[in-house]
Design a protein around this ligand. Structure first.
Ligand code: F6R
Length: 257
């Protein structure tokens, strides 16, 4: 696992975008696993800039999102569908048919979850999965106690997650209670994992995920079993880590920051 500590959110976002862009340039048909929430917004902004200024091409890229709320309309301000179009897809040349976001309004959610897994398989699986982490250690919406072998399915959000996400809604009662999420087992099959964290409220969770025991009580700790993981965080999120880490990934060592 490569753990990189940056000074601030801007630096995390730039490095994350650089890593994703590197994969897109090597493989223009790459399958990107994408996340929502506050954390990846800066990374998406940087990818949009690279598309506009550096010809980063998304025309053959395929995307699969981690999760979606159940029961809010696609065009609801806080749906993850809307988030992805507002923050990334509308600003790059991705082909809409290549975009996959779990359908939180499917008539049969169980069937839709199984089909999502099949579609991922048909595209050869995810090449790089972008991830955030919940303050309770959740990965995607796999809340503490989720099976480390789980697949895409319906989950109930914990009160802590609903509280954390209520900042995006009018009040906590508006935050959906259920979601559809890739499982930990699904995420672990990605070729590479890229986990981002910023802010002091993530310090405990990130320390447990990176240095703690592997346990379903901290679903993000499953990343320790993956052979190709990069974790990028800011100083505040790193404050509870105890080992020595770097400020540059190996592939950039010796280069100017
Ligand atoms: C979102 C997701 C969640 C978030 C996590 C952190 O697709 O899967 O696990 O990454 O809740 O959210 P923020 O970034 O808003 O702190």
């Amino acid at each position: 696992m490569e753990v990189i500590i940056k000074e601030d959110y801007e630096e995390i976002s730039k490095l994350a975008a650089q890593i994703i862009a590197g994969i897109v340039r090597i493989n223009p048909r790459a399958v990107l696993g994408l996340a929502t929430g506050g954390t990846p917004v800066g990374c998406y902004r940087e990818l949009v800039r690279m598309h506009g200024e550096e010809d980063l091409d998304f025309s053959q890229i395929v995307t699969f999102n981690l999760d979606e709320y159940v029961g809010i309309a696609k065009d609801h301000e806080q749906s993850y569908y809307r988030f992805m179009w507002d923050n990334l897809f509308s600003h790059v040349n991705v082909v809409p048919a290549n975009v996959h976001i779990p359908d939180g309004n499917a008539e049969d959610l169980h069937v839709a979850c199984d089909e999502y897994e099949i579609e991922m398989d048909e595209h050869g699986g995810v090449d790089i999965q972008l991830l955030g982490i919940g303050s309770n250690g959740h990965l995607a919406f796999n809340e503490p106690g989720s099976s480390l072998g789980s697949r895409t399915r319906i989950k109930t959000l914990t009160e802590r997650t609903r509280q954390d996400n209520s900042r995006f809604f009018e009040n906590i009662d508006e935050v959906p209670k259920y979601c559809v999420t890739m499982g930990i087992g699904t995420i672990m099959e990605s070729g590479k994992l890229l986990l981002l964290a910023n802010g002091a409220n993530k310090a405990e969770a990130i320390a447990a995920a990176v240095e703690g025991p592997i346990t379903a009580s901290v679903p993000a700790s499953a990343i320790q079993l993956h052979p190709d993981v990069t974790v990028i965080m800011d100083r505040a999120a790193s404050s509870k880590l105890t080992r020595e880490y770097h400020s540059q990934p190996h592939f950039l060592e010796g280069e100017e920051q």
